[in-house]
Design a protein around this ligand. Structure first.
Ligand SMILES: *Cc1c(COP(=O)(O)O)cnc(C)c1O
Length: 355
């Protein structure tokens, strides 16, 4: 759903302030040094010590038995649904979920699964909405197998599913014999903002994964966690999908570095997002969604310029924003400072004043 940045307008300068996405963070010099020092082995053979250390740490962090290192978050979602479900079965998810909007139809193409899209504000469905969509078992209905949630809900505005709602959702799923999966691409953003450990957030979920390429700033990698049996089967899917690697420790070292150095600092990204939202709200006519984490969605139409025009004008000043569902998204991350937020607000105000 987040599209690759449009080709820059003719004459646009290089991007100085990249609010496009937290996927565009670059490894820091210290992270690169940790990568250079990584011990490596054959990951497919289970013989890469750095990957093994990362998986052990992640399983402990998430409170699960086992973990597997994947090249991407998308592969975590795909391997997870392929492990949980059989062809013709149904996955229940929010209508804006990444598995539904942004994975190239992988779950239908590779698994033969259908996704039942639920509605609700902020990228979240309520326990009542879930209950209302549990199908009775009959020859006519698809077999429902899995309930999926996204923490934080990306297109929903980077919102945090409250722990209590997560628990209610997983309890309803269990009551009806459904498995549960958490897309935790930005789970640590939720944990830092809510002050809760990841293991508590994910307690009711059979599988959960974390992306290291979002605000955590690693160049690649995500880790899927679950029971030992689940991870064994997910490993088989990783092999089938071509995700089994060799000397992957060089990448796992970046993820370990991120766990040690880039988790607590997510609070800075959230503070920068709040500062941006506060500044935007002072602009008359600007519609701003209150950020809960590092994503700020706003619509400048009421402030005098259409979203696309404002994005283009900012790009001409070296500031990259994105457009999602007609509104602008600004994403704070490792490479964004408080000063850059102030500068962006100044440029925005100037462009709106120019009209
Ligand atoms: C980015 C993202 C993914 C996919 O992760 P990749 O590492 O880019 O494949 C999945 N779910 C959500 C919510 C995301 O934001």
């Amino acid at each position: 759903m987040v599209h690759t940045p449009a080709r820059p307008p003719v004459g646009a300068p290089p991007v100085r302030i990249n609010l496009y996405s937290d996927t565009q963070t670059l490894p820091t010099p210290a992270m690169k040094e940790a990568m250079m020092r990584a011990e490596m082995g054959d990951e497919q053979a289970g013989a890469d010590p750095t990957v093994n250390e990362l998986c052990d740490r992640m399983a402990a962090l998430m409170g699960k038995e086992a973990a597997v290192f994947m090249p991407s978050g998308t592969m975590c979602n795909v391997a997870a649904t392929l492990t949980h479900c059989r062809p013709g079965e149904e996955i229940i998810a929010h209508e804006t979920a990444h598995i539904l909007t942004s994975e190239g139809g992988a779950h239908a193409a590779l698994g033969g699964f259908q996704i039942l899209p639920l509605r609700g504000p902020g990228g979240q469905f309520s326990p009542d909405e879930l209950r209302a969509h549990i199908r009775g078992k009959s020859r006519h209905t698809p077999t429902q197998r899995l309930v999926e949630v996204e923490q934080t809900a990306n297109i929903g505005g980077g919102t945090i599913w409250p722990k209590q709602v997560l628990d209610q959702v997983s309890a309803i799923a269990k009551e009806h014999g459904l498995a549960t999966h958490m897309d935790g691409a930005r789970l640590m953003n939720a944990c830092v903002a809510a002050g809760l450990p990841a293991a508590e957030m994910a307690a009711g979920y059979d599988s959960v994964w974390l992306d290291f390429t979002k605000g955590l700033g690693a160049p690649l990698g995500a880790v899927l966690c679950g029971s030992a049996e689940f991870i064994d089967e997910a490993w088989r899917w990783k092999q089938r999908l071509g995700g089994a690697m060799r000397q992957a420790g060089i990448c796992a070292a970046a993820c370990l570095y991120a766990l040690d150095h880039h988790v607590d600092r997510l609070a800075e990204d959230h503070a920068n997002a709040q500062a941006l939202a506060r500044g935007l709200r002072q602009i008359p006519g600007m519609a701003v969604e209150t950020p809960q984490t590092n994503l700020v969605y706003f619509d400048p139409a009421g402030a005098g310029l259409p979203a696309a025009e404002l994005v283009k004008r900012l790009r001409m000043q070296g500031v990259q924003l994105s457009i999602l569902g007609g509104r602008i998204r600004a994403c704070t991350h490792l490479n964004i400072t408080a000063g850059m937020i102030e500068e962006t607000l100044g440029l925005l105000r100037a462009e709106l004043a120019r009209g």
